[in-house]
Design a binder for this molecule. Structure first.
Ligand SMILES: CC(C)(COP(=O)(O)OP(=O)(O)OC[C@H]1O[C@@H](n2cnc3c(N)ncnc32)[C@H](O)[C@@H]1OP(=O)(O)O)[C@@H](O)C(=O)NCCC(=O)NCCS
Length: 169
């Protein structure tokens, strides 16, 4: 059975390893480290999936900015990684759902993700352009997605700005 819980200090090496294996590079593990050491880190939204005490997946949600005449703090989903030997067993989906629920309960307004539409559409993510929310990167509309939570209001539009931790990803 898969157990989803908050990360602890003792999980850090295993989380880095799952990210290295899932992405085949160091960038995401480094990103997680930088976010943890920044004011954008949200401990309640840094989750791991474990099976028999083995970390098989990880998801991180952290604060990013939605900039218009005012700057709003919204939530960015990145990274999400499942150990290659445990992919396509529902673990990634379970991590996304658990995180979205916590973000909603915490009164967050919006979650943003850059990723595969085929995967994220099922959780209610839609192209950000539908909500007049602009990506900071020149990417196809369908891969830059948002999921409004219960506290979302239509007036929340603008351009997304990622903190410096994301510069090297
Ligand atoms: C993407 C990822 C997190 C999904 O986790 P998972 O536990 O394998 O996903 P689930 O079992 O919950 O869901 C499987 C679904 O995701 C889809 N999926 C998995 N990887 C995908 C990919 N690279 N591109 C598109 N869809 C993908 C599968 O097709 C499957 O869809 P289906 O239900 O229609 O068959 C995992 O495959 C992974 O870690 N990939 C490498 C790292 C990565 O690309 N992360 C990107 C996050 S934006």
């Amino acid at each position: 059975m898969v157990n989803i819980r908050r990360e602890t200090l003792a999980d850090y090496p295993a989380i880095a390893e799952v990210n290295r294996l899932a992405f085949g590079q160091e960038n995401e593990a480094n990103l997680i480290d930088k976010i943890r050491h920044s004011d954008r880190y949200i401990p309640e939204l840094s989750l791991v999936a474990e099976i028999d005490n083995l970390i098989v997946g990880q998801i991180l949600f952290s604060y990013i900015d939605l900039v218009n005449t005012e700057t709003l703090q919204v939530i960015g989903l990145a990274p999400l990684a499942v150990h290659p030997q445990f992919q396509r067993q529902g673990i990634g989906s379970a991590l996304v759902k658990a995180g979205l629920k916590i973000a909603d309960v915490r009164g967050q307004i919006l979650v943003i993700v850059l990723g595969h539409p085929h995967f994220y559409n099922r959780f209610g993510f839609q192209p950000s352009v539908i909500y007049q929310i602009e990506s900071p990167f020149p990417v196809p509309d369908d891969v830059f997605m948002v999921k409004p939570l219960q506290n979302y209001q239509q007036k929340y539009t603008g351009k997304v700005v990622y903190p410096p931790a994301f510069n090297e990803v």
